[in-house]
Design a protein around this ligand. Structure first.
Ligand code: BG6
Length: 293
């Protein structure tokens, strides 16, 4: 269902029979809402988010492409998050293995202007789907459509902002003992599980496909399953950085946590389409109940 969102921007609303839903803005190809069948919002979007180009929407799931953060010459997190994507009205069939019914395919291709800042022709297909159980699934298919035979290289992230009740009660499992990059330096995570009491901006390397975010207060666990994406970025701006961001409330850092399935440390190289290569990255987020002992 295509409808108007904030400031008249187009958005697609997906609904599943049991009541779960998701919203995707064509601006940024960005998921801005994911509700379970109890209609609880599971993603964080700032109350100060600016739904107006060229600013990217603060929250939901921005797509960082073709560059993560500032690890290249482009603007922070690349340009996919502040371009208008289009809907593919005739999408390829959904893989038979999944039972998902509600889905939309968005496509991004570079404009003339984009080609000036990143001279590579590509087709990015983003499929956003809801399973009957209400799990959110994102699949990205990126193809190199250069006609000059040249490969291109990029970094990528699903910059997912999860909604949490109280960051000081949250625990992340699956990243302990791993190496991470912080300010471009390499460290090794010590201790049992990851908890939060100050700003964090870390890129965990060679991470498992499954990461859990345990929200003690809500008795809720998010399970992130990723495929094709070796890294995981964990970000919370905390109080000082929150105050410095115009599109983020001063206290909102308490109610969000970014756990981002990513390919950052090793960039991805794609050969042109003639060689029939494409890369596929997927993210599935599910919410389960979890009773703490
Ligand atoms: C995170 C980065 O992914 O995104 C942080 O690791 C960055 O360094 C954050 O501050 C937010 O970026 P932006 O461009 O949306 O303000």
């Amino acid at each position: 269902e295509l409808t108007k969102g904030l400031n008249g921007l187009d958005k697609v609303v997906l609904r599943e029979v049991r009541g779960s839903s998701a919203e995707v803005y064509l601006y940024g190809g960005q998921v801005t809402s994911w509700k379970n069948d109890h209609r609880e919002e599971l993603l964080f979007v700032s109350s100060k988010a600016i739904f107006k180009p060229p600013k990217a929407i603060r929250g939901g799931i921005p797509i960082c492409f073709p560059q993560f953060a500032n690890c290249g010459p482009l603007e922070s997190h690349g340009f996919a998050r502040n371009r208008f994507w289009s809907i593919d009205k005739d999408p390829p069939p959904f893989p038979a293995a999944t039972s998902s019914r509600a889905f939309v395919d968005l496509i991004l291709k570079p404009s003339e202007e984009d080609l000036k800042i990143w001279p590579h022709s590509f087709e990015f297909r983003l499929r956003v789907a809801l399973s009957p159980a209400g799990d959110l699934m994102l699949t990205s298919r990126i193809r190199n459509t250069n006609t000059d035979g040249k490969p291109f290289t990029f970094t990528f992230a699903y910059h997912t902002y999860f909604s949490v009740s109280d960051i000081s009660e949250v625990r992340v499992e699956g990243l302990e003992t791993l190496d991470y990059l912080e300010n471009k330096e390499r460290f090794t995570e010590q201790g049992d599980a990851i908890t939060f009491e100050s700003e964090v901006d870390k890129i965990y390397l060679s991470t498992p496909t499954k990461i859990a975010i345990l929200d003690h207060e809500k008795k809720r666990t998010f399970v992130v399953r990723k495929d094709g994406l070796p890294d995981a970025v964990v970000w919370n701006p905390w109080d000082k950085k929150a105050k410095a961001m115009a599109d983020f409330g001063d206290e909102e850092y308490k109610h969000m946590l970014c756990v981002e399935a990513a390919a950052v440390e090793k960039s991805v190289t794609l050969k042109p389409v003639a060689s029939l290569t494409q890369r596929e990255f997927s993210l599935a987020a599910e919410k389960t109940f979890c009773w703490f002992i």
